[in-house]
Design a protein around this ligand. Structure first.
Ligand code: GTP
Ligand code: MG
Length: 202
């Protein structure tokens, strides 16, 4: 399941403009700054294939990365970036939602949740929107390397993960598959790649 080859293919803002070779793909989605681009780099073992930033709002297009010449990882703009002008924000939602609903080669969405902070209602909203639209999803908890801090609610990542799972059970009656990760320690990397290979082969 390891990545031996990874290459950036293209940036798109419309679903119609995405690659048309029919290879299966997985999309990394989540709040701005949750660590989508960092996770992609961790999965492919390259530091700067996807561009990352301390400032939220770095990724602004649908970015396709071809892996082992046989499937795609897709880096998407984050949601919930309050500092972006309102119109830009709505547009992100429009084109990413269009992508989720109409991209036929999308095997599963990987919804990233920051495990170093308390549950954010907007993450629950996104999870429920994906669920209502029957888009297969895996929960990826990020930043599990971070220690608990008073200013971040004073809970350990494991406790924040448990809180999120309890709340999401209200929407789904069950909890989607989930993996705890860190792009700093590469925790969860092999587990994600194995999960993706299993999803591709059914
Ligand atoms: P947008 O493209 O703006 O939506 O953000 P993104 O979700 O792609 O986040 P990005 O990967 O750019 O990371 C945002 C910040 O979080 C950067 O400063 C990263 O170094 C940091 N970060 C990402 N993943 C981790 C992690 O697992 N642990 C820690 N400690 N920091 C992380
Ligand atoms: Mg990004």
């Amino acid at each position: 399941a390891q990545v031996v080859q990874a290459e950036f293919v293209k940036s798109s803002v419309r679903t119609e403009d995405c690659p048309s070779d029919g290879l299966p793909e997985f999309a990394l989605v989540g709040r701005s700054n949750v660590g989508k681009s960092s996770l992609l780099n961790s999965l492919v073992r390259r530091k700067k294939l996807a561009l990352t930033s301390k400032k939220p709002g770095k990724t602004q297009c649908i970015n396709h990365f071809r892996i082992n010449d046989s499937w795609y990882l897709v880096d998407l703009p984050g949601y919930g970036y309050a500092a972006a002008p309102q119109e830009l924000r709505i547009d992100w939602h429009k084109f990413t939602k269009d992508y989720f609903l109409n991209r036929s080669t999308l095997v599963s969405v990987f919804l990233l949740i920051d495990a170093s902070i308390p549950v954010k209602p907007i993450d629950l909203e996104y999870a429920s929107w994906l669920g209502q639209n029957q888009i297969p999803m895996t929960l990826i908890f990020t930043k599990c390397d971070k220690r608990k801090k008073k200013k971040n609610g004073g809970k350990r990542p494991e406790e924040n993960v448990q809180d999120f799972q309890e709340l999401i059970r209200d929407f789904f009656q069950t909890v989607p598959p989930w993996i705890m990760t860190s792009s700093v320690t590469n925790q969860g990397r092999d587990e994600i790649l194995l999960h993706m290979s299993q999803l591709r082969n059914y």
